[in-house]
Design a protein around this ligand. Sequence first.
Ligand SMILES: Cc1cc2nc3c(=O)[nH]c(=O)nc-3n(C[C@H](O)[C@H](O)[C@H](O)COP(=O)(O)OP(=O)(O)OC[C@H]3O[C@@H](n4cnc5c(N)ncnc54)[C@H](O)[C@@H]3O)c2cc1C
Length: 445
Amino acid sequence: MVTTAAPGRDGARGASAAGWPASLWMETARPRPALGGTGGQDGVDVVIVGGGYTGLSAAQRFVERGLRPLIVEANGIGWGASGRNGGVVSPKFRFAIPAIARRHGLDVARRMAELGHEAVAAVEEAVRRDGIDDADLTMTGNLRCAHSQSAFDALKAEARTMREDFGDETSRILDRDEVAEETGSADFIGGVLVSHAGLIHPLNYALGLAEGLRGRGVGIWEGAPATSVRQDGSGVVVETPVGTIRANRVLLATNGYSDIAPGTAAIRRSVIPFRSAMVATGPLSEELRARLLRHGRSYSETRRMMRWFRPYRDRLIFGGRGAFGKNDSQAAFGALERAMHRVFPDLRDVPVTHRWSGLVAMTLDAVPQVGRLDDRISFALGYNGAGIAMASLMGRYAADVTLGDRPDLALLGPRKLSNVPFYPLREPAVRLTAGWYQFLDTIGR
Ligand SMILES: Cc1cc2nc3c(=O)[nH]c(=O)nc-3n(C[C@H](O)[C@H](O)[C@H](O)COP(=O)(O)OP(=O)(O)OC[C@H]3O[C@@H](n4cnc5c(N)ncnc54)[C@H](O)[C@@H]3O)c2cc1C
């Protein structure tokens, strides 16, 4: 196996050896599979750049279509967001489906809602197919917790519309007392429970997908950043420090990490990388476990600067906004811990044992993008922080799009890459927007 290289700028403070985050997922992960080094490039049809859920799911789809894919991953499988996230598996987008219906019509909105559930089903199917038992996928549902009356009213209206206009029976409205019983927190006005959702061990899911692919003969190169991707005669050439591959097509699946090596420069400006952070407590007492998140679901808030939480075995994990800029900061973790203590005052005396972060890829319209740069190079990215299910599905569709198909993906594509205007100003713009959102959240708007 090619040794994993230390990453560039994401080698956050507190990260463990070789630039991997010091996450609870790393500590509880299955042994890393031996993926087989840099062999397997003969007769490759398509190179996939990026070894997260998008790239891994695309590779599976190419195999199903009788092609020979090869994955090149700059660091190691699951090193990006796919190995660091909160493990909240949900059919939700960053926007409400009724808002899509108002803006784009009922048919588009219906297809978007369908894609959300298809995405969750894609995770269920992949875990079953590859027997990834240690991904601990539990379909216990997701509870969206309203932080204000107006947010609760909006949640209720959305749930009703989803039921009446879209025939979606998967959600149930809970009142203040029910949410308090569910969460063990008095912080919420009410909530909506979505049943087709759940929890996963994100890194084991990624490693399990890789192991499944390896068993089907797919080449996976780790420690292999694509330094150049270019058309060359009747094919494409992908250069990495450990080898050069020639293929018919390339799929770029690098999402929030698209700027860590020059080979993916073409898609770098299409997303704004935004740091998302997580903390995990030490083991909770039996009494706390019986009271906090006792139904073992995933939970997310309605705040614009969304936070989410979940149990993992005997611990509680809490996530939210990370530091601005290129590195982690203790101040950002401190703010996250204070937020956790506001929601769960009982956790004040419980030590935090793990702190880590990663980059999510935001798009201006909050919609993921799938499409082709040209007849040989395609892309799928921009899950706006909700990509476990969606990347697992979009990777599959991106493979189809790479081969020239035009599946019905409603707003997601196939579309032209849309770049973020004024890209060099993204960091101050993100700070400004986050500050404004935080203000609105604080005053309950
Ligand atoms: C802290 C955090 C919490 C999150 N929580 C949730 C959650 O609870 N639920 C949810 O649905 N989503 C969540 N997300 C989002 C979700 O993790 C992502 O949307 C999803 O993992 C994206 O997968 P991906 O394969 O597209 O990208 P990634 O997993 O980021 O993979 C991209 C890979 O590309 C590699 N790469 C980059 N450039 C190159 C190159 N030139 N050559 C080769 N390789 C390259 C990187 O090393 C990286 O491994 C969270 C994200 C973070 C960071």
